[in-house]
Design a binder for this molecule. Structure first.
Ligand code: SF4
Length: 339
């Protein structure tokens, strides 16, 4: 079956006083309907910029190359083509796509929600943008339904409230209701649980998992937290300095990481059985001053002279138990034997 989203060589360039930099650099991946792809990495690795490129929300002056093909739903309101290239849409062409085809849940709902508009009105606004013909009563009914879908208790009361009257967990549920109100098939969740305490975090992850299954959503889950992504992702893509440096089935990547950066992220991630966290030495390099060759080389405990020669290709990882390549597990490191 064709993927819901197929990203091919997507690159984003931003102008700086010192020249153009690439926060997203030649990124390739696929996401199927009903699947969750976890996009992980430290702050500044390019995860959020990649999602903003898909939504067409890049900062002024940014330029994009490459392709991001979204399969169109089969109904009378699509443009007639089977796929849309999100990377090539004009601002006008994006209007019917945002919300209806692709939506985003942001990290901090308090800043993403409008503080002076009631929750119900904000959800209705998103539905009205795509179906202006709906009567006021129908909009109200659909907004309440969206809140119910997002497991918001007392949806009628919550719809009449302002964001500051809701707890952090309820605000995030309201954001989810808003994102899903127009029925998108691709949902981007950018650190959706970072601002929540651990029990509410678990409820939100379960809610996203249920909605993904029930609605057949493709979910792009962005996080720096490997503990969180382990609970939700089918596949993982690890980003560093704008590139995907490791990708594969979530269980395989988390159990047997093959890139030293992924290994470092796992060692730095809190676990009950680990008494001491081991942070990765150094910091993410500035995009304007990337080392030649492997961008992780200055921080890598296994570096060798060849690492600086050229940017390593993504190589298929050969399974530890034999010469069979683990399904779609790849890492961008010269230490990975080519499969
Ligand atoms: S290519 Fe070299 S520097 Fe880069 S991750 Fe692999 S071993 Fe480390």
């Amino acid at each position: 079956m064709a993927p819901l989203l197929e990203v091919r060589g997507l690159t984003v360039e931003l102008p700086t006083p010192a020249g153009w930099v690439r926060p997203v650099n030649d990124v390739w991946f696929e996401l199927s309907a009903g699947e969750t792809l976890g996009l992980v990495g430290e702050s500044g690795c390019g995860k959020t910029m990649l999602s903003l490129a898909l939504l067409g929300l890049l900062p002024p002056g940014a330029r994009t190359t490459g392709e991001a093909w979204l399969a169109q739903r089969n109904d009378s309101r699509n443009s007639g083509s089977e796929r849309l290239n999100l990377a090539a849409l004009t601002e006008r062409e994006r209007v019917p796509v945002r919300g209806r085809e692709i939506a985003m849940i942001f990290q901090e709902p308090m800043t993403a929600l409008n503080p002076v508009l009631r929750i119900g009105a904000q959800i209705e606004e998103g539905i009205r943008a795509h179906q202006p013909e709906l009567a006021a009563g129908e909009l109200t009914r659909r907004a309440r339904e969206a809140l119910e879908h997002a497991a918001v208790p007392e949806p009628e009361l919550r719809a009449r409230q302002f964001p500051h009257q809701l707890s952090g967990g309820l605000r995030q549920r309201a954001m989810i209701a808003m994102a899903l109100a127009a029925g998108p098939r691709l949902l981007i969740a950018d650190e959706p649980t970072t601002a929540l305490d651990v029990t509410v975090q678990k409820q939100i992850l379960e809610l996203l998992g249920r909605l993904r299954r029930e609605l057949g959503l493709g979910l792009l889950f962005i996080t720096h937290d490997l503990g969180v992504v382990a609970q939700v992702a089918d596949r993982l893509a690890v980003m560093y300095a704008g590139r995907i440096i490791e990708e594969g089935p979530a269980g395989t990547v988390l159990r047997r990481p093959r890139h030293p950066y992924t290994e470092g992220l796992l060692r730095a991630s809190p676990q009950l059985k680990r008494r001491k966290l081991e942070p990765i030495a150094g910091a993410v390099p500035r995009l304007g001053a990337l080392p030649p060759g492997c961008a992780f080389e200055p921080r890598c405990p296994y570096r060798r002279a060849e690492c600086s020669a050229a940017v390593p290709e993504l190589r298929v990882v050969v399974n530890d138990v034999g010469p069979v390549a683990a399904p779609r597990h790849r890492a961008r490191c010269i230490l990975v034997e080519a499969g």
